[in-house]
Design a protein around this ligand. Sequence first.
Ligand code: ADP
Ligand code: MG
Length: 254
Amino acid sequence: MGNLISLRRARLCYQTPEAEVEAVGDVSFDLREREFVALVGPSGCGKSTLLGVIAGLENLTEGTVTVCGQPVTGPSPHIALMPQRDQLMEWRTIEDNALLGLQVSRRADRAHREHVEMLLARYGLAEFARKHPSQLSGGMRQRSALIRTLATDPDILLLDEPFSALDYQTRLQVSADIWQIIRREGKAALLVTHDIAEAVSMADRIVVLSRRPARVKAILDMGELRPLPPLERREKAVFSQWFDRIWRELDDNQ
Ligand code: ADP
Ligand code: MG
């Protein structure tokens, strides 16, 4: 089976009491198995809306969206969404936070619990399992949030600007950390960001979007950078070439 996500000529208009807002104009792209795709575009261009469409939370006005070959009609167990802020619950321990998705979907059985324990141990969080989020660094919190997202064993992770609350140095480290975990767990990921360097450092392919209503300006394959982890990519000469190329694509005056 080829595409995990297929979006074709997607268009979405929000109806508000005052007006109709065209958030997405015309967007087509695919996400393949184990692939990491980044959606890059200006603030307000419709990126989160597209994730909402794929997550089954918003309906397209025109066009089609399929997940694992099936038209999207609502939330799917194949997909997990990691939101902009980590949204860990302060009154729950790290372990209980990690189990939250499973409890909500009534799948907190022994096998799933053991899977969560294994993930916490594999990614260095076992000793923090009984601590509360406020006792962890920003990076550790983000890793905990990712493990909660992985707990339901989805095929596809949707990441909506997951590092935007972190300072620059932490952000570099955490993005490398998250990239490694997603790779190791064999997941496909769709990352929304307005940070070009973040996209180039993490993605296999980059979909460059226009201003609202989003249209696809270019789809770029990172080629030789694909196997390299984020911090190594940033050292390569081609890194800044990709950065400049995407910068120019985003610039409307060209
Ligand atoms: P991005 O994530 O790229 O910053 P969004 O997808 O959040 O952009 O929003 C795209 C546009 O749609 C924005 O102009 C936003 O104000 C508008 N929008 C988002 N959600 C709604 C909604 N529920 N109702 C009406 N307009 C919305
Ligand atoms: Mg957004």
